[in-house]
Design a protein around this ligand. Structure first.
Ligand code: PEP
Ligand code: MG
Length: 584
């Protein structure tokens, strides 16, 4: 059979060759069968055994998972284990086996359907949502009853390349890095959260590969090139050898970049650029340092809210932020307040389904309407600020009044803490994310109110060009070098410099070595990125003079189209960094 090539988007760099594990989320099909009275007892025993096996599997995952990823993601597993002790589910099924005299599979399916109906009638959306947990747990029991494989990435025991229609951020977090060589999905894009998690775990990934799941089977040999977003199924010999060479060259180059780790990110003429890491878990602080980053420019706190039944308390916020600040000390940590909605997780309280979540009650809008949640987080951050160098960053600011409202709330929090005698950093700096065009256009109005701007290009590009960042059909149009985007960047830079405040970028654009010199030329001194990108960007920083960077930025800014801007940037970069460019 000849090879088949799928082209998508590079979601996380690296080249891997291996066998496919096709993640199939389809429900197990079961046949409900009548059983004889004499067999009831053994059928009940069979069911109970499957429940015990399922419990054992989950406990095992929890053990491994906790060790690999820290305790913050244990909650969903706790919930699922508890469900296996749930009366409605377990005893309900046993009763059905006895009363209706059907086999375990049929009885369990009927029980789940009955439970699902009860859930559907519940007013409270959060509780209603728990239906999925029950279904997932029951699905596991059914798979154990029917001898089907469990579809959990945490349980994969051989080295594989996972191919799936879609993966949730929680799936990617559960992947065992030593077993999952890489993954490829039909959905998603470079800036979807799943891709971001893949990069932070250092797993090569490609996304937006339309219809790939119907063309591969578990066990097929594939090549996954996360640099270019390509997957080749059943490669022929020539391709195989070619990619083996590429893989070796890439590994060699990565090892070379490693040598830069402890060297400063300084241009040839001595200008320091602050290269920082984007993280979602406290455990990642060490990874940033290992890649040569200094401090955390974006700590996405949504992950604190992930996979848990209850919202984090102020104390839990405080402990998590203190942990991050202490790990990062003496370097700074920029903590971004909760950004839910869009392609991110939905909170238990985000009851309503929105027709356009990216334009809906997301991030700061949600927080300002859910003051208790916001206040708990703010108090946690302020309290943690006594233990390290913390800055606060507010996402999705669209106009000045929002910022004024936040500042009033911060004043309240400060007064409360002072009255309670709780220590915090009185000089704690605050910044806003510039990720909505209206904020970029009014940056001069926002600047006097804050200590720094941090540009979130993932959203800024999405909202400027009207391109859904998670939609694979338009992912090819997602272009940081569009004149409209560049002009907004320049405008924000100007406002920051006029207002004498800090200027950072923490969107994915900051981590692409092709853009590093342009951004430096535009006046960015802080670039925060996924950890894997730090050495690449550092290489660029250490190879240029500021004068060159400014000239390149001018040249790129003068181009009337993104295509010409890209050509100009590429030819500059090819001249300066031929080996680097051969790899990216
Ligand atoms: C961004 O929008 O560029 C950003 C950094 O935030 P997030 O990707 O978390 O939306
Ligand atoms: Mg954003």
């Amino acid at each position: 059979m000849s090879e088949t090539i799928f082209n998508g988007i590079g979601a996380s760099p690296g080249i891997v060759i291996g066998r496919v594990y096709l993640l199939d989320r389809k429900k197990v099909v079961v046949a409900g069968q009548r059983i004889e009275e004499v067999n009831v007892k053994s059928e009940v025993a069979r069911f109970k055994k499957a429940v015990e096996v399922s419990k054992g599997q989950l406990e095992d995952i929890r053990k491994r998972y906790t060790r690999d990823l820290g305790k913050s993601h244990r909650y969903i597993l706790d919930t699922h284990i508890m469900l296996l002790e749930d009366k409605m589910l377990v005893e309900g099924t046993v009763k059905r086996i006895k009363d209706v005299r059907i086999n375990s599979e049929g009885a369990l399916r009927e029980t789940i359907d009955a439970i699902a109906k009860k859930f559907d009638a519940i007013e409270d959306e959060y509780l209603r949502e728990r239906k999925h947990d029950v279904e997932q747990v029951a699905e596991r029991v059914l798979r154990n009853l029917t001898g089907k494989k469990q579809e959990s990435l945490a349980e994969i025991s051989e080295e594989v390349i996972v191919i799936a229609h879609d993966l949730a951020p929680s799936d990617t977090l559960m992947m065992r890095k030593d077993k999952v060589l890489g993954f490829a999905t039909e959905m998603g894009s470079r800036t979807s959260h799943t891709a971001i998690v893949a990069r932070s775990l250092g797993i090569p990934a490609a996304a937006g590969l339309e219809k790939i799941t119907s063309s591969v089977r578990t066990g097929d040999v594939v090549i996954l090139d996360g640099n270019h977003g390509t997957v080749i199924v059943d490669p022929d010999e020539q391709t195989f050898l070619d990619y083996l060479r590429r893989q070796q060259r890439y590994k060699y180059f990565e090892a070379e970049l490693d040598k830069l780790r402890d060297l400063p990110a300084e241009t040839l003429d001595g200008k320091r650029i602050h290269l920082q890491g984007n993280i979602e878990l406290p455990e990642e602080v060490a990874t940033v340092a290992r890649h040569g980053g200094v401090g955390i420019g974006l700590y996405r706190t949504e992950f604190l809210f992930l996979n848990r039944q209850h919202l984090p308390t102020e104390e839990q916020h405080y402990l998590a932020y203190r942990d991050v600040a202490e790990r990062a000390a003496p370097n700074e940590v920029v903590i971004r307040t909760l950004d839910v909605g869009g392609d991110k997780l939905a909170l238990p309280d985000q009851y309503e389904e929105e027709p356009n979540p990216a334009l809906g009650l997301r991030a700061i809008r949600f927080c300002l309407q859910n003051r208790d949640i916001f206040r708990a987080q703010l108090r946690g951050i302020f309290r943690a600020s006594a233990h390290g160098k913390i800055k606060i960053l507010y996402p999705m600011i669209s106009a000045l009044p929002e910022l004024q409202e936040i500042k009033r709330l911060m004043d309240d929090v400060r007064s409360e803490l002072r009255a309670e005698g709780v220590p915090f950093d009185e000089r704690l700096e605050i910044g806003v994310m510039i990720e909505i065009p209206s904020a970029a256009l009014t940056a001069d109005l926002l600047a006097p109110e804050v200590d720094f701007f941090s540009i979130g290009t993932n959203d800024l590009i999405q909202y400027t060009l009207a391109i859904d960042r998670t939609n694979e059909h338009v992912a090819f149009m997602y272009e940081p070098l569009e004149p409209a985007v560049l002009r907004l960047l320049q405008r924000v830079s100007h406002a920051a410099h006029e207002g004498k405040i800090g200027l950072a970028m923490c969107g994915e654009m900051a981590g692409d070595p092709l853009y590093a010199a342009i951004l430096m030329g535009l006046g960015f001194e802080y670039l925060s990125m996924n950890v894997a990108a730090i050495p690449w960007v550092k290489k660029v920083v250490r190879s240029v003079r500021m004068q060159d960077a400014v000239e390149l930025a001018d040249l790129v800014m003068r181009q009337p189209t993104a295509v010409l801007a890209r050509q100009a940037a590429l030819s500059f970069m090819h001249q300066r960094f031929p080996e680097l460019m051969a790899e990216i």
